[in-house]
Design a protein around this ligand. Structure first.
Ligand SMILES: CC(C)(COP(=O)(O)OP(=O)(O)OC[C@H]1O[C@@H](n2cnc3c(N)ncnc32)[C@H](O)[C@@H]1OP(=O)(O)O)[C@@H](O)C(=O)NCCC(=O)NCCS
Length: 183
């Protein structure tokens, strides 16, 4: 059994490949309350959006995942689709370090804001993005975006659009430092 310090040291971060799609799907399925997508969807993310997706590994096993992309008409924005950290690896900064890893990449060099959607009841997710906004010294705005009745036909809670930014490149550099020390 690892103690917290050893556990932290051995977490590593990398871009996905298409061979990770099935393991990513397994992680998401076991990381409620996330919506499940098809394995095919996760394969496409891993292959075609590898530059803006990240995997966290511990002893060769995938313990964390972020899918994200730069919307075609918003070159200054990273839209974060899903964040998942396996239960055993939670509370150790893995999610924050995955965000830092993404913002340290060349693909995000021109990104000055982050967008994501969160349901009102997801305390862990609000905590993660509030903490990220604080670290980046940036404002966090929220407003209903995909609404329960208008968009989900009453089958899903309203997703609030969260916008964090604008943040400066030197804050990204600080995050890069954090990501480096996470390895
Ligand atoms: C949300 C989730 C990704 C957080 O992963 P994590 O690696 O445990 O998060 P971190 O350790 O990086 O914590 C980031 C911040 O959030 C806080 N936090 C994390 N989980 C929390 C919880 N359950 N309740 C309150 N705060 C929480 C941490 O204290 C930390 O705050 P700090 O920087 O001020 O100290 C993880 O709980 C998860 O996978 N949940 C299920 C899936 C999900 O809801 N994903 C988000 C929606 S896309």
């Amino acid at each position: 059994m690892h103690n917290t310090e050893e556990h932290q040291k051995s977490v590593t971060f990398r871009a996905p490949t298409s061979e990770d799609g099935s393991d990513v799907w397994d992680l998401i399925r076991s990381s409620g309350p996330l919506d499940e997508n098809s394995i095919y969807c996760n394969l496409v993310q891993c292959e075609h959006f590898a530059d803006t997706c990240v995997i966290a590994e511990l002893d060769g096993e995938i313990v964390g995942w972020i899918s994200a992309f730069i919307p075609p008409d918003e070159a200054d924005t990273l839209f974060v689709w899903q964040v998942a950290v396996g239960e055993a690896a939670r509370g150790r900064g893995v999610a924050k370090k995955m965000l830092a890893e993404l913002f340290a990449r060349p693909a995000c060099a021109d990104v000055t804001q982050l967008k994501t959607t969160i349901t009102a009841d997801n305390a862990a997710s609000w905590a993660l993005f509030n903490s990220f906004a604080e670290n980046m010294d940036a404002e966090l705005e929220r407003e209903p975006h995909y609404e329960r009745d208008a968009h989900f036909g009453g089958k899903h809670a309203t997703e609030y659009m969260v916008t964090i930014g604008e943040f400066a490149q030197d804050e990204s550099a600080a995050s890069e430092e954090e990501a480096t020390h996470a390895n």
